[in-house]
Design a protein around this ligand. Structure first.
Ligand code: NDP
Length: 257
Protein backbone atom coordinates (compact mmCIF):
# COMPACT_ATOMS: atom_id res chain seq x y z
CA UNK A 1 0.00 0.00 0.00
CA UNK A 2 1.44 3.41 -0.92
CA UNK A 3 1.91 6.25 1.57
CA UNK A 4 -0.93 8.19 -0.05
CA UNK A 5 -3.47 5.60 1.11
CA UNK A 6 -2.82 6.23 4.80
CA UNK A 7 -4.59 8.79 6.97
CA UNK A 8 -1.49 10.59 8.36
CA UNK A 9 -3.01 10.18 11.81
CA UNK A 10 0.52 9.85 13.28
CA UNK A 11 1.76 13.14 11.79
CA UNK A 12 3.96 15.02 14.26
CA UNK A 13 4.56 11.90 16.38
CA UNK A 14 7.93 10.26 17.00
CA UNK A 15 8.28 6.50 17.33
CA UNK A 16 10.79 3.84 18.34
CA UNK A 17 10.19 0.36 16.92
CA UNK A 18 12.61 -2.28 18.22
CA UNK A 19 13.62 -5.04 15.79
CA UNK A 20 12.36 -3.15 12.74
CA UNK A 21 14.82 -4.66 10.30
CA UNK A 22 12.43 -7.32 9.03
CA UNK A 23 9.13 -9.08 9.67
CA UNK A 24 6.45 -7.51 11.83
CA UNK A 25 8.75 -4.72 13.05
CA UNK A 26 9.57 -3.65 9.50
CA UNK A 27 5.88 -3.53 8.57
CA UNK A 28 5.23 -1.32 11.62
CA UNK A 29 8.11 1.00 10.66
CA UNK A 30 6.70 1.36 7.13
CA UNK A 31 3.11 1.82 8.29
CA UNK A 32 4.05 4.44 10.90
CA UNK A 33 6.06 6.35 8.31
CA UNK A 34 3.13 6.14 5.89
CA UNK A 35 0.92 7.60 8.65
CA UNK A 36 3.32 10.55 9.03
CA UNK A 37 5.42 9.56 12.08
CA UNK A 38 9.20 10.02 12.37
CA UNK A 39 10.67 6.59 13.18
CA UNK A 40 13.83 5.24 14.81
CA UNK A 41 14.45 1.51 14.78
CA UNK A 42 17.17 -0.84 15.95
CA UNK A 43 18.43 -4.40 15.64
CA UNK A 44 21.51 -6.39 16.52
CA UNK A 45 22.95 -5.83 13.03
CA UNK A 46 23.91 -2.74 11.11
CA UNK A 47 21.22 -0.88 9.14
CA UNK A 48 19.69 -3.30 6.59
CA UNK A 49 20.43 -2.34 2.97
CA UNK A 50 16.78 -2.00 2.04
CA UNK A 51 15.70 -0.11 5.18
CA UNK A 52 13.53 2.96 4.40
CA UNK A 53 15.84 5.91 3.74
CA UNK A 54 13.80 8.41 5.79
CA UNK A 55 13.78 6.22 8.91
CA UNK A 56 16.55 6.35 11.52
CA UNK A 57 18.47 3.24 12.57
CA UNK A 58 20.96 2.36 15.27
CA UNK A 59 22.57 -0.96 16.08
CA UNK A 60 21.24 -1.91 19.50
CA UNK A 61 20.54 -5.23 21.21
CA UNK A 62 17.54 -4.79 23.51
CA UNK A 63 18.86 -7.49 25.85
CA UNK A 64 21.89 -5.29 26.60
CA UNK A 65 20.99 -2.50 29.01
CA UNK A 66 23.95 -0.41 27.78
CA UNK A 67 22.57 -0.61 24.23
CA UNK A 68 19.11 0.33 25.53
CA UNK A 69 20.61 3.44 27.18
CA UNK A 70 22.23 4.29 23.85
CA UNK A 71 18.82 3.92 22.18
CA UNK A 72 17.39 6.41 24.69
CA UNK A 73 20.25 8.83 24.00
CA UNK A 74 19.58 8.50 20.27
CA UNK A 75 15.92 9.40 20.84
CA UNK A 76 16.93 12.54 22.78
CA UNK A 77 19.48 13.50 20.13
CA UNK A 78 17.28 12.87 17.07
CA UNK A 79 13.74 13.61 18.31
CA UNK A 80 14.01 15.27 21.71
CA UNK A 81 10.83 13.61 22.97
CA UNK A 82 9.10 10.31 22.16
CA UNK A 83 5.40 9.70 21.40
CA UNK A 84 5.32 5.95 20.65
CA UNK A 85 7.36 2.92 21.71
CA UNK A 86 6.79 -0.45 20.04
CA UNK A 87 8.55 -3.29 21.87
CA UNK A 88 8.61 -5.70 18.94
CA UNK A 89 12.05 -7.41 19.06
CA UNK A 90 11.66 -11.03 20.06
CA UNK A 91 13.24 -14.44 19.58
CA UNK A 92 12.06 -18.02 19.89
CA UNK A 93 13.83 -21.10 21.30
CA UNK A 94 12.10 -24.44 20.66
CA UNK A 95 12.64 -26.32 23.93
CA UNK A 96 10.72 -27.84 26.82
CA UNK A 97 11.60 -26.95 30.43
CA UNK A 98 13.86 -30.00 30.73
CA UNK A 99 15.77 -29.13 27.56
CA UNK A 100 16.27 -25.48 28.52
CA UNK A 101 19.71 -24.45 29.79
CA UNK A 102 20.59 -21.45 31.97
CA UNK A 103 22.15 -19.91 28.87
CA UNK A 104 18.87 -20.36 26.94
CA UNK A 105 17.05 -18.64 29.81
CA UNK A 106 19.43 -15.68 29.72
CA UNK A 107 19.24 -15.42 25.92
CA UNK A 108 15.47 -15.67 25.53
CA UNK A 109 14.34 -13.83 28.65
CA UNK A 110 17.05 -11.23 27.99
CA UNK A 111 15.36 -10.24 24.73
CA UNK A 112 11.66 -11.07 25.20
CA UNK A 113 11.25 -10.05 28.86
CA UNK A 114 14.15 -7.86 30.04
CA UNK A 115 14.31 -6.13 26.65
CA UNK A 116 10.67 -5.04 26.88
CA UNK A 117 11.14 -3.97 30.50
CA UNK A 118 14.42 -2.11 29.87
CA UNK A 119 13.19 -0.27 26.77
CA UNK A 120 10.02 0.78 28.61
CA UNK A 121 12.03 2.00 31.63
CA UNK A 122 14.33 3.94 29.33
CA UNK A 123 11.62 5.52 27.17
CA UNK A 124 8.83 6.35 29.66
CA UNK A 125 10.73 9.40 31.00
CA UNK A 126 11.09 10.63 27.40
CA UNK A 127 7.32 10.50 26.82
CA UNK A 128 4.79 13.26 27.47
CA UNK A 129 1.02 13.22 27.96
CA UNK A 130 -0.50 11.08 25.19
CA UNK A 131 2.42 8.64 24.95
CA UNK A 132 1.63 5.14 23.70
CA UNK A 133 3.54 1.91 24.35
CA UNK A 134 2.69 -1.15 22.27
CA UNK A 135 4.20 -4.49 23.25
CA UNK A 136 4.16 -7.36 20.80
CA UNK A 137 3.03 -10.35 22.86
CA UNK A 138 1.64 -13.55 21.35
CA UNK A 139 -1.27 -15.92 21.56
CA UNK A 140 1.46 -18.17 23.04
CA UNK A 141 1.35 -15.87 26.09
CA UNK A 142 -2.15 -17.01 26.98
CA UNK A 143 -2.07 -20.56 25.56
CA UNK A 144 0.86 -23.02 25.54
CA UNK A 145 2.51 -23.95 22.27
CA UNK A 146 4.17 -27.37 22.73
CA UNK A 147 7.97 -27.24 22.98
CA UNK A 148 8.12 -23.48 23.48
CA UNK A 149 8.19 -23.34 27.28
CA UNK A 150 10.24 -20.21 27.86
CA UNK A 151 8.85 -18.41 24.82
CA UNK A 152 5.30 -18.95 26.05
CA UNK A 153 6.27 -17.76 29.54
CA UNK A 154 8.11 -14.72 28.20
CA UNK A 155 5.00 -13.61 26.29
CA UNK A 156 2.85 -14.05 29.41
CA UNK A 157 5.36 -11.71 31.09
CA UNK A 158 4.85 -9.20 28.28
CA UNK A 159 1.08 -9.28 28.76
CA UNK A 160 1.48 -8.80 32.53
CA UNK A 161 3.96 -5.94 32.19
CA UNK A 162 1.60 -4.28 29.72
CA UNK A 163 -1.12 -4.09 32.37
CA UNK A 164 1.33 -2.82 35.02
CA UNK A 165 2.65 -0.01 32.82
CA UNK A 166 -0.91 1.01 31.93
CA UNK A 167 -1.94 1.08 35.60
CA UNK A 168 1.19 2.81 36.92
CA UNK A 169 1.71 5.36 34.14
CA UNK A 170 -1.84 6.20 33.05
CA UNK A 171 -3.39 8.56 32.23
CA UNK A 172 -0.19 10.12 30.88
CA UNK A 173 0.85 7.00 28.95
CA UNK A 174 -1.31 4.27 27.45
CA UNK A 175 0.14 0.77 27.18
CA UNK A 176 -1.34 -2.11 25.20
CA UNK A 177 -0.17 -5.42 23.82
CA UNK A 178 -0.90 -7.11 20.51
CA UNK A 179 -1.15 -10.91 20.55
CA UNK A 180 -0.48 -12.12 17.02
CA UNK A 181 -1.28 -15.62 15.83
CA UNK A 182 0.58 -17.06 12.83
CA UNK A 183 2.15 -14.15 10.95
CA UNK A 184 4.26 -15.10 7.93
CA UNK A 185 7.79 -14.00 8.80
CA UNK A 186 11.20 -15.64 9.19
CA UNK A 187 10.21 -16.58 12.76
CA UNK A 188 7.08 -18.38 11.56
CA UNK A 189 9.02 -20.13 8.77
CA UNK A 190 11.56 -21.36 11.32
CA UNK A 191 8.78 -22.64 13.60
CA UNK A 192 7.16 -24.66 10.78
CA UNK A 193 10.58 -25.91 9.62
CA UNK A 194 11.10 -27.97 12.80
CA UNK A 195 7.88 -30.00 12.23
CA UNK A 196 8.30 -33.59 10.96
CA UNK A 197 6.37 -32.59 7.83
CA UNK A 198 6.49 -28.77 7.55
CA UNK A 199 4.10 -28.59 4.57
CA UNK A 200 1.48 -30.73 6.33
CA UNK A 201 1.93 -28.71 9.54
CA UNK A 202 1.27 -25.56 7.52
CA UNK A 203 -1.81 -27.03 5.84
CA UNK A 204 -3.22 -28.19 9.19
CA UNK A 205 -2.57 -24.83 10.81
CA UNK A 206 -4.15 -22.98 7.90
CA UNK A 207 -7.29 -25.12 8.14
CA UNK A 208 -7.80 -23.83 11.70
CA UNK A 209 -8.03 -20.19 10.61
CA UNK A 210 -11.64 -18.96 10.16
CA UNK A 211 -10.14 -16.03 8.23
CA UNK A 212 -8.92 -18.55 5.62
CA UNK A 213 -5.33 -17.35 5.63
CA UNK A 214 -2.27 -16.76 7.80
CA UNK A 215 -1.49 -13.25 8.96
CA UNK A 216 0.70 -10.80 7.12
CA UNK A 217 3.01 -8.39 9.02
CA UNK A 218 0.88 -5.54 7.63
CA UNK A 219 -2.13 -6.88 9.59
CA UNK A 220 -0.24 -6.31 12.84
CA UNK A 221 1.05 -2.94 11.64
CA UNK A 222 -2.53 -1.76 11.01
CA UNK A 223 -3.53 -2.52 14.62
CA UNK A 224 -0.31 -1.00 15.97
CA UNK A 225 -1.05 2.16 14.02
CA UNK A 226 -4.52 2.42 15.57
CA UNK A 227 -3.17 1.80 19.09
CA UNK A 228 -0.49 4.44 18.56
CA UNK A 229 -2.97 7.02 17.33
CA UNK A 230 -5.34 9.43 19.05
CA UNK A 231 -8.19 7.26 17.68
CA UNK A 232 -7.34 4.85 20.53
CA UNK A 233 -7.27 7.26 23.48
CA UNK A 234 -9.64 5.03 25.50
CA UNK A 235 -7.59 1.88 24.83
CA UNK A 236 -5.11 0.97 27.56
CA UNK A 237 -4.03 -2.01 29.64
CA UNK A 238 -5.37 -4.52 27.12
CA UNK A 239 -4.01 -7.34 25.05
CA UNK A 240 -5.51 -7.37 21.54
CA UNK A 241 -5.52 -10.77 19.86
CA UNK A 242 -5.07 -10.67 16.08
CA UNK A 243 -4.98 -14.25 14.83
CA UNK A 244 -7.46 -14.72 11.98
CA UNK A 245 -9.85 -16.39 14.43
CA UNK A 246 -7.41 -19.18 15.30
CA UNK A 247 -8.09 -19.09 19.05
CA UNK A 248 -11.83 -18.51 18.62
CA UNK A 249 -12.55 -22.09 17.58
CA UNK A 250 -13.31 -24.69 20.23
CA UNK A 251 -10.35 -27.02 20.81
CA UNK A 252 -12.92 -29.87 20.85
CA UNK A 253 -13.64 -29.31 17.13
CA UNK A 254 -10.28 -29.22 15.37
CA UNK A 255 -11.67 -29.95 11.87
CA UNK A 256 -14.11 -27.12 11.32
CA UNK A 257 -13.41 -26.38 7.68
P1 NDP B 1 11.54 -12.05 12.96
O1 NDP B 1 12.47 -13.06 13.50
O2 NDP B 1 11.13 -12.12 11.55
O3 NDP B 1 12.10 -10.58 13.26
C1 NDP B 1 12.55 -10.24 14.55
C2 NDP B 1 13.23 -8.90 14.51
O4 NDP B 1 13.70 -8.61 15.83
C3 NDP B 1 14.43 -8.88 13.59
O5 NDP B 1 14.48 -7.66 12.91
C4 NDP B 1 15.60 -9.04 14.55
O6 NDP B 1 16.75 -8.43 14.00
C5 NDP B 1 15.09 -8.29 15.77
N1 NDP B 1 15.74 -8.70 17.00
C6 NDP B 1 15.84 -9.97 17.49
N2 NDP B 1 16.51 -9.95 18.65
C7 NDP B 1 16.84 -8.65 18.90
C8 NDP B 1 17.54 -8.02 19.93
N3 NDP B 1 18.07 -8.69 20.96
N4 NDP B 1 17.68 -6.66 19.89
C9 NDP B 1 17.14 -5.96 18.86
N5 NDP B 1 16.48 -6.52 17.84
C10 NDP B 1 16.33 -7.86 17.86
O7 NDP B 1 10.26 -12.11 13.92
P2 NDP B 1 8.74 -11.60 13.73
O8 NDP B 1 8.70 -10.38 12.92
O9 NDP B 1 7.93 -12.77 13.35
O10 NDP B 1 8.39 -11.29 15.25
C11 NDP B 1 8.30 -9.97 15.79
C12 NDP B 1 7.62 -10.08 17.14
O11 NDP B 1 6.34 -10.67 16.99
C13 NDP B 1 8.37 -10.95 18.15
O12 NDP B 1 8.29 -10.38 19.43
C14 NDP B 1 7.61 -12.26 18.10
O13 NDP B 1 7.75 -13.00 19.29
C15 NDP B 1 6.20 -11.75 17.88
N6 NDP B 1 5.30 -12.75 17.32
C16 NDP B 1 5.46 -13.25 16.06
C17 NDP B 1 4.57 -14.19 15.54
C18 NDP B 1 4.69 -14.75 14.16
O14 NDP B 1 3.89 -15.66 13.82
N7 NDP B 1 5.61 -14.29 13.33
C19 NDP B 1 3.44 -14.67 16.35
C20 NDP B 1 3.33 -14.06 17.64
C21 NDP B 1 4.24 -13.14 18.10
P3 NDP B 1 18.24 -8.96 14.30
O15 NDP B 1 18.16 -10.47 14.34
O16 NDP B 1 19.05 -8.42 13.17
O17 NDP B 1 18.62 -8.34 15.60
Amino acid sequence: MGDGQYSKRLAGKTAVVTGGGRGIGRAIVERFMGEGAAVLSCGRSERPDNFPREAHWIRADVSDTGDVRALGSAVERIFGRLSILVNNAGIQIEKTVLETTDEDWETLMGVNARGVFACSREMIPLMDEGGSIINIGSISGSTADPGLALYNASKAFVHGLTRSIAVDHGPKIRCNAISPGWIMTEMADAAFAVADDPEKAKRDALARHPAGRFGDPSDIAALASWLASDDALFATGQCYTLDGGLTAASPLNPCLF
